[in-house]
Each structure stands twice: as structure tokens, then as C-alpha cells.
Design a binder for this molecule. Sequence first.
Ligand SMILES: Nc1ncnc2c1ncn2[C@@H]1O[C@H](COP(=O)(O)OP(=O)(O)OP(=O)(O)O)[C@@H](O)[C@H]1O
Length: 830
Amino acid sequence: MAKKTKDTPQPKITINWAMVRMVSGIILIFTGIVMLLSFISYLMNWKEDQSQLNTWNDPAFEVKNIFGKLGVWLGDSFIYQGLGAISILLALWFILIGLLVIFKLKKFPILRTTLTMLFFLLWSPLFLSFIIPDHQIFGGRMGFELKMYLMDLVDFLGIILILAFSFLLFAVLEWRITPEKIANKIKEDRLAKDLRREEKEAKKQELKKEKESAKKEAVEEEPQEEIAAETPIPAATPKKAFDTTTSDDELEPFKVSASSQKKEKPKSSPTPQPKEEKKQEVVFEPEIKEIIIEPHKEGDVALTVETTKEEAVTDGSVSNQLVEKFGEFDPTLELSKYKFPTLDLLREYEGGNDVSIDQVELESNKDKIVDTLGNYGINIDSIKATIGPTVTLYEIVPEAGVRISKIKNLEDDIALSLSALGIRIIAPIPGKGTIGIEVPNSNPTMVSMRSVISSQKFQTSKMELPIAFGKTISNETLVVDLAKMPHMLMAGATGQGKSVGLNAIITSLLYKKHPAELKFVMVDPKKVELALYNKIERHFLAKLPDSEDAIITDNQKVIHTLNSLCIEMDDRYDLLKDAYVRNIKEYNEKFKARKLSPENGHRFMPYIVLVVDEFADLIMTAGKEVEQPIARLAQLARAVGIHLIIATQRPSVNVITGIIKANFPARVAFRVTSKVDSRTILDSGGADQLIGKGDMLYTTGNELVRIQCAFVDTPEVDEIADYIGSQKGYPDAYMLPEYEGEDGGSGDPLDVDPNDRDSLFNDAARIVVASQSGSASLLQRKLKIGYNRAGRIIDQLEANGIVGNFEGSKARDVLVKDEVSLEQILNNEA
Ligand SMILES: Nc1ncnc2c1ncn2[C@@H]1O[C@H](COP(=O)(O)OP(=O)(O)OP(=O)(O)O)[C@@H](O)[C@H]1O
């Protein structure tokens, strides 16, 4: 603010263009209105008024025109003696130009409008005086004279041709009429007609179907024997077929004709289904052909043979057709009414966005820095201050020849002379060639979550998983993409702002992502930090199938969940491989473009963010069991949209092990108690010099950025969770794959009785042999079964010698090499 008043420019004599524009606009509109009303009035009263023209100066002369003598004069000059009735166009043009001038409508095609008007001003007088020759008033003098001249020159037919050709020429130039356009227009009209017809037919079909289902219900309510009596071929007709055929025709066997069945086929069941599923079902229906074998003998029944054509591989053209027909797949359709949290759920804090610092404080800090350095013989060329929310950065350019290390060594002395905590010296500032000294403000400004969420940067961000972390030292909102990080390690001593930081991350994502696009897996050993998010379980949380609470507080469950996430990761990789894409973004785009069929197990993949609030506690109790899956996820899960955020109070080396550290390039450090801790988390000091309360350092491997974390209070989080939780959600939380631990799944095949076979055993064996891959997740997808059952079937396959031994994460070898041998095995053992 103070800066502004300082920089106020000297007053200059300037032309107020806005006023000029306003005044000229008003004059134009006024002129246009007077002309328009005069013309209209003149056209109505011209006979009487015109006869008075000779007695113009006579005070007794009375005219009927709405604008009196001026109106008559205008009408006579423009209409009678001039352009005729088309002069009205001129009046309208004045009004239009006036409006354009006032409202600054730059996009309006003014030149084109003016040219069109000029054409009509020339063309209409001739046209009007030609078709209404008795009254000069319509064509005006211009029309009359022109007509007389042309009559003499080209005669009647010549004038018609001139009028017709000039109009045609104008139309072609003005409306750019080309033969293609005309053809297109005809085509469009035809298409629109067809579309309307199709819509009508679809509506009719729907009505018919409704009636049919109503009838079916009525029939179902009737006693069964009655149906049996009326239906001559119930035994031969599969139940499914009976279920799907519901028209009256069905009750008569001979009328189960090609046409009536054809209509039935795409629907497998008339029961209403969730929107999305319904859509997909229709989309990927196989092509069905029918051959009717006519009866040979009298009294024989016609046989309809139904053949399903092999489903074609979905190539571009098919998907294009699908997209044309149904539009892109919309993952948000099921919760299409979902409303994103509103800004008013977040609080405005006192002092909000205005970062202010006392001028005196600035001056005195500067003097102290200059004096301290001066005492050690370091002279300064220039010094510049950048005021941030919690700290002010003084950028120093030392005199030539001063060693940087000398200034760096004076850190403690400068801190002493400024008598302030949290002084940090950055020597040199990367990419700037200056030396930075960060000095805490005596009155720090709170950075509210509201201010960062409402920032343009966050609102318009196109990032996949944007996080509005807080504000940098130059008071800019820092928005980072979790998808790019791809995992984050967060550390800080107790009470320094870790939980607030986690909430800020989660809140940012909740403000930007639809429940269909993002799921959280939350681990909260402290049991209270993340409990608030229980309310959004059905919208944003993921959990294990058998667990009650989505937020995991029990360490044993954490191990299961992490392993389950590993399975989800492997499944996702299989799907990515199938789809020939390299990451979740490309995969989802392909899925949305309907290039991947859900029939083959493909599905829209939401991002999964694993949030662990107290990692030290987990490592202490579960050690390797937790470290291994975390490391696996951290190494591999990035491409499949699984991201980890891990927070810990104790950033010691036995918690943040080398393997974990190597896979978490994004680090956030709140204040820690020692330089060693700072080194563990950031690989450099600095975190021990922070001032707490959300003051943090952030790095993605290169430079350290000092940020004031945005503050979001528990009641705010509570309100956001309430707001989301009160809306319609999914029936349940997002289900992660089942994981049974050591005892389940791929157990000891010796325990498995080779004769104890799952009902899907044969199918599974065929799939495994056909693909030559003994993977449980393949069976899961192809047979649409759970992980446990797939694991059991794999064990049975092993016991029967179809697949080889368990080989860790690798798929098992398939011992039967071709389908013929497999069929022999299956037949022998049957
Ligand atoms: N970004 C911030 N801006 C202002 N004040 C903050 C900020 N973050 C934290 N604080 C203050 O610090 C207090 C403690 O923060 P928080 O609960 O996040 O600490 P913590 O590191 O999670 O502690 P613990 O590990 O014990 O849970 C908050 O109640 C708040 O008063």
C-alpha cells in the first residue's frame, strides 16, 4: 500500500477518452432516434405535411410530424427527395454505431454491416420505385430518376435483370454462398430430419418397452401354470431367453420371429441399472446374426439359429463410431450432480492476504545486516528486500572480491545482531548471483487456505493433482503437482504444522477433484488426526473389502492395505500393458475415448493417494513388513496413478531408511530439532532454523524453497467433509483388491487336493494355457473373480501340474504348452 502512494505518477493533462466516447455515442444515438421517428412519422403523414411545404415560413403552418417542421424537413430531404423509405435503415445505422461506440463492442463486424447498408441504400430505391411506381415516397427521388434513366437505357426486362443479378452478386459475396454450402445445407436438413425421425422412433420404442415390461410384470404376477399352459416351448427355451423376451408375441411360439428377437437382443435384462453400466452394456454389445431354418414338414417348427460374431478388436474406427454415438465416456456420470466444495467453507483470517511489514523494522534490519557485515570487513554494493508472509528476504550483492563462504560463516553473528530466531543464509541464491538472508518478520501473516485455494494459479491450474501448499517468500501462491512429485516425504517436530500441512494437501485435492477421479487411502495410527475424513468415505476413500473403517488405525491392517495396493498396482500395470499405454493419463484418455472395452476388464482408473500420518510408529512396530511394500509402491506406482504422502515426527535414519529416501524425491520439512534431522530429511541443514507454525522448506531434489504453509483449521476441514459427505455418494468406499497375507492365496500346493476343483477350474486352465501366463490377476480380470479365489485356482492348477511353482512377483510358468494337451489332461481327469 505504502509503495503505491510512493510511486503515484505526476498528474498529466490527459484526454478522457471514455468521456469522448460516451458523448459521441449519445449524439449518434440521439440523431438516429430523431431521424427514425421523423421518418416513420413522415411516412404516415407525408401527404398532408408535404402540401404545407410551400408555406414553410407561415407561422400558421401546422404539421403532423412528431418532430414538427424539422421532422417534415428531414423526411422530405431523406425520403422524398432522397433515398425513399430505405432511409429508415440509415437512421437505424446511426443508433447502432452509437451503441457500438458506447459499449466498445470491438468484435462487431462494423465494416461488413456498413457495406451491407450501403448496398441496400443503393439497391432498394430502384427496387421499390420499380415495384411501386405510383408513389415516389417508397423509392425516393433517387429511385425514380434511376428507374427513368434505366428504362430508357435497358427497358423493363433490363431493370429486372440488373436488380436480380446485383442482388445475387451481393448475396454470394455477403453470405459466401458456394455450391458446397448449398449441398451441405441440404445434407444437414436431411440429417436433422433423420435424427428427428430416429428420436421419435426411439421414444416410441421406449414407450413400447415400458408397456411391455408393465405387461410382463402383470404376467409374472399371474400363476405360473397359466404361463406354462400358454407357452408351448418353455422347456426348450433357455430361461434367460424367456426372461428377455417379454412381448405378447413371445407367448405364441411361431411368432418368435427374427424381427421380434432382434429388438430384444441388446438388452440382457430389463431391470434398471446404474447409468454408467447401462451405457457400457449397450456400447460393447456383440454383433448377433440370425439364420432362420424354415420347417420342412407340416407342423414342424421354424428354427432360429443365433450366431454371435467374434467381437472385433477395438480399433480406432470402432471407438470413433462409439464416441460419435454415445460421446466420450464420462467417469463422473454416476455422481453427475456432485458439487465441489465452495470457497465459503474456508475461513478468512484477520490480516488475510495483506502482507505488511513495518517500515522501521525493514530499515533497522537492513542497517543491522550492513553493520554486522561491515564489522567483518564485508562491504555491500546493494541490498534489496522481498517481504514474505513470515520472513523477509534481504538480497545482498557484496562488493567484488568478497568470498561467499565468509558471509556464510557469519550466520550466527548476523542472527545475534538481529536477535532473531530462524535466520537462514542462502549463499548464493541459485540462479541469481546474490546472497540471501532470510529474517523472520516480527508480525508474521497467517496464510489462509482460502487465499491459496481462491488464487488464480490454483483455480486455473491444469495439473493432474494440484496442491496449493502456501505462499513463497515473494508472497506468491505455490501450487505443485503431486502427480509429478510423485511421492512426498514430510517431517517436522511435534507441533510445527505437519497435520495442518497434510490437511492443506488433502483439502487442495478435494477442491479440485471429482470423487470419480481420486481416492485416498488414509493411515492414521494416532487415530484422531484424519478421523474427520470418515464422512467422505463413500466419495473419496478406498478400503479393503473386509474392513469396516476406511481410515486405517491398526498396524496389521496397514500391512494388508499396503500389500493390497501393490496388487492394485500390478493389476493396473497389466491393464496398461494391455492397452499399450505408458501411464494412467494416457490410459484414462484412451478409456474415455472408448478405445478400451470394459468387457476385457478395462475400467476408468482413479488416482489413489496414500496418506500416512505417523510413519515412525509404523516402522517401529512393523519394520520390514511395511518398508517393503512402501518401497515397492514408491518405486513403481507413479505411472499407474498411486502416490504416497508420508509424514513423520522423527526423521531419523532408522525411520527414513535409504531405500525410502531414494524413492521420495519430494521432501517437505517443518521445523525439526536438530541439524542431523534436517540432513536426514532434506539432505542439508535449514529445517532446524525454521520458526515453526507452518514455516517449511520444500524441495523436489534441486533447490530448497521456503514456504509458509497454508493454514486450515479442524472446523474448516470438518465443514468441507460435511459438505461432501452430505451429498449423494457411491454405495461404498472404493474397494481395493483382497489380500490374505501369508496364509491366503498362493499357499502350499501340497495342501491342495488335486480333485478339489473350483467350478471355473477348466476355464481358468484354458485361459492360462492360451496366454501362457500363470498369473492370478489375469484370472481375476478374465473371470471377474476376487483375488482369493484366483489365488486358490492357481494353487489347484499347480496341484494338477498345469502351472509351475510360486516365483515371487513373477507370473508362474505354464507347464502345459498347447491347448490340445490341456484338453487331454482335462478329459482324462474328468
Ligand atoms: N500453516 C500454519 N499457519 C499458522 N499456524 C500454524 C500453521 N500450521 C500449524 N500452525 C499452528 O501450529 C499448531 C500445531 O500444528 P499441527 O497440529 O499441524 O502440528 P503437528 O506437527 O501435526 O504436531 P503433532 O505432530 O503433535 O500432531 C496448530 O494448532 C497451529 O496453531
